[in-house]
Design a protein around this ligand. Structure first.
Ligand code: SF4
Ligand code: SF4
Length: 414
């Protein structure tokens, strides 16, 4: 489409980037069919095409209003529209720019500001979040039923193997995952240890910055990004092969570090290198399928699983089919899941900031996941796991936990 950006943004880095993205959109509307908020609300302004048009008007100098903010807030940043778009419109990058402009020009109400401030001040800090979760678990019997259902059950880590292999990869601990489900990284470490790779957690690294960035505290998020790069860099120079992500949400963010710090002279090259060596754990496991196959030998009857592919895995990282293949290798039967491209409604902090829309998406997702009568639901992201768990009695696991259990030696060692 033709654009004519306003003087105040045209020649800035954000303006140049937004302009090149906007020009790719041909307004065909193919993206509408796969947009969860358009499916739910049926309003063009809650579709990718409508939001793109709103952002174009805003960047061309039209007044920015609460209405603009509302329609951008309702977007899940699931990026299903990017997967569908035949013109390669990078909607996710555009909406980051658009939200930043709206945030500067439209004052939020006091309650909304406090909620967003509170979320960015607690979630990225694992210690604070862990303490709150421990209290929630302790007082669960006293909590109202609806609130008690939101407190994730404990998932102990089990044994974590010492680093003993020449092949070493780093693993991101992250912010909320170590408190909600330390079992996930522990399972990844045990599985990879069995095929000759040691996973090393660098404690100086922490939250990937994704939650903070998408709450639009972008400068603060870039501080987390630089801290993680500083923490990992000595290990990268010492020969770590990859940086492994067990949460696809974090993986999407860390793979974007090069873009996030592209204007930072000191960090740009390092950020690019970190992004390039970042792998979702499914990419690491898929590359080791031959070694893994021998661990599955003689084991049958793994059970029926419904796999929920998080938006950050399928749309953010474009990883499609890998986890399903690994689960089948491990002997699981995958049950059919309708509309697998649709978001479950977790979407970072969306389930807290837009609870009604999130709840409707969750109900639809749980219905689709349960349709094939699975014994368990598998996912690849901690946010989706904790969210889906609130909507079903079926156990929800990270797929790496299920596969690791299939490779465990019968004597219980290792
Ligand atoms: S599918 Fe792509 S080109 Fe078509 S309207 Fe949507 S974003 Fe624009
Ligand atoms: S990111 Fe998701 S919710 Fe937002 S416009 Fe695209 S498809 Fe719709």
């Amino acid at each position: 489409m033709q654009t004519n950006l306003a003087d105040w943004i045209r020649d800035t880095p954000a303006g140049v980037e937004a302009d090149s993205i906007l020009r790719k959109c041909v307004h065909c509307g193919f993206c509408l069919a796969t947009c969860p908020t358009y499916n739910l609300l049926g309003d063009e302004l809650d579709s990718p095409r409508g939001r793109i048009y709103l952002m174009k008007q805003m960047l061309e100098g039209a007044p920015v209003t609460r209405r603009t903010q509302l329609h951008l807030d309702r977007c899940l940043t699931c990026r299903a529209c990017e997967t569908t778009c035949p013109s390669g419109v990078e909607y996710g990058k555009l909406v980051d720019i658009g939200r930043n402009v709206v945030e500067e020009r439209v004052q939020r109400g006091a309650g909304d500001r406090f909620r967003r401030w509170f979320l960015k001040s607690t979630l990225p800090h694992g210690g604070l979040f862990g303490a709150a979760l421990a209290l929630g678990r302790m007082f669960r019997p006293l909590l109202p039923k609806a609130l008690a259902a939101k407190v994730p059950r404990a998932r102990p880590a089990g044994k974590i193997p010492a680093a003993r292999h020449a092949r070493r990869m780093l693993v991101l601990g992250g912010c909320v995952q170590p408190s909600i489900a330390p079992s996930i990284n522990a399972a990844a470490a045990r599985l990879l240890d069995r095929i000759g790779i040691s996973l090393v957690d660098v404690p100086q690294a922490g939250c990937c910055g994704g939650v903070t960035f998408h709450l639009n505290y972008q400068d603060e998020a870039l501080g987390y990004v630089r801290r993680n790069i500083d923490a990992w860099w000595p290990h990268v120079e010492a020969g770590a092969e990859a940086i492994v992500m067990t949460a696809s949400g974090c993986g999407t963010t860390v793979k974007d570090y090069g873009h996030m710090l592209r204007h930072d002279k000191e960090y740009a090259a390092k950020a690019e290198r970190i992004a390039a060596m970042t792998r979702d754990v499914s990419e690491v496991v898929a590359a080791e399928r031959p070694s893994l196959a021998r661990l599955f030998e003689g084991k049958s009857g793994a059970g029926r699983i419904a796999f929920q592919s998080p938006c950050t895995l399928q749309h953010g990282q474009k990883i499609v089919g890998s986890v399903e293949t690994i689960l089948k290798d491990a002997g699981f039967e995958l049950t059919p899941v309708a509309d697998p491209h649709l978001c479950c409604g977790s979407a970072g902090t969306y389930s807290i900031l837009k609870p009604e829309l999130s709840r409707r998406l969750l109900h639809g997702k749980v219905r689709a996941l349960k349709a094939g009568r699975p014994e368990a639901i598998a996912t690849a992201n901690i946010g989706c796991l904790a969210h889906i768990e609130t909507g079903t009695e079926i156990p929800v696991r990270h797929w790496i936990e299920l596969v690791e259990e299939r490779t465990a030696p019968r004597d219980g060692r290792g």
